[in-house]
Write a protein that binds this ligand. Sequence first.
Ligand SMILES: Cc1ncc(COP(=O)(O)O)c(C=O)c1O
Length: 399
Amino acid sequence: MRAAVRELSPSLIREVANAGIGRSDVLPFWFGESDEVTPAFIREAAIASLQAGETFYAHNLGLPELREAVARYMSDWHPAIGVDRIAITAGGVNGLMIAMQALVDPGDEVVVVTPVWPNLTAQPHILSARLRCVPLRPAGSPGGEWSLDLEVLLAAITPQTRLLVINAPNNPTGWTLSRAEQQAVLEHCRKTGTWILADEVYERLYYPDGGEEAGRVAAPSFLDVADAEDRLVVVQSFSKSFLMTGWRLGWLVMPASLTEHVGKLIEFNTSCNSVFTQRAAITALERTDELTPRLVRHLRSGRDRLVSALARLPRLQVSVPRGGMYAFFRLEGYEDSLILAKRLVAEAGLGLAPGAAFGPEARSWLRWCFASRDLDRLDRGVERLDAWLAAQSDNPRGL
Ligand SMILES: Cc1ncc(COP(=O)(O)O)c(C=O)c1O
């Protein structure tokens, strides 16, 4: 077996979840998905396709009708994007891997902004790239936010850097990149000849401070500052904004000159996506207004409720996420999030993801997914944490 594969560490989120999955006394908030089923109108489109007998192989790059629907959808939110720049993938995760397979040779340097969803560091590792992580600045003050030290990032990207991987809105911190920062990163990468792989799967799950209505705005995207032929690949997904995690569908936006090559890689990875899921995806895009704005308003309420409840707990520091579906927080005196998350499952019946899963700089943090249909569930989780903390009060350094 290849050393790169042998060395892969299993997911620390799974390690915690395995201790509590299936236990009815545990309230789970560890995974990054809503507990709401995909809307019926999307499921019905898949059923209609199956009943029409659409059970065969399809195009490598995706059904032409779906690629057109994606191009229309993306052009609503961004400068016009042609169909020839779009490929449909088996979820965002497969899109990321395909993009890296297209761009990264063994030994190439890949810069990744961390903390980040572990797949984004595991994938370059699998391809035997050399990883260079650039940490965000942790949220310092209570209610503060994680932030980027732009100078540090730009200094890390040199002509030797093949690829920059950047996820914003960020899982787990909720950090979002500003348009000015995107512009600066893009201009720098143009000079160094570095490709940008922008994971923007949480683009629409964005909660700006201004008066904009939740769900009607999107986080800044590299697509808004880049030209069509810039070395930029954007990864998108049906999982988060369309409640379609189990359908395994996503898409890439790239320079048209790359699309044909990505098509070859899709052939050798998955060949294609099933037609019935793609038909459902067309419906999801065309009827997004019946789903996403409502979902985002609800997520915003969940975020506000969870963050303000957490902020009231003693010795707890929580950062306010601008995007995504996670609250990220730390408890003073508890430095090892893996041990803490396991104790919370066993002793409090509370399932959270350990920050250690996302990078060493998040070792003492915990991630709480607030995508809960029933917001009272979030309150019940906070009550459990509060009660557990109270029980530790004579021994705050209980680890
Ligand atoms: C940052 C980020 N990118 C990509 C994905 C991939 O999602 P999917 O493969 O379900 O499209 C996730 C899922 O949690 C994520 O958090």
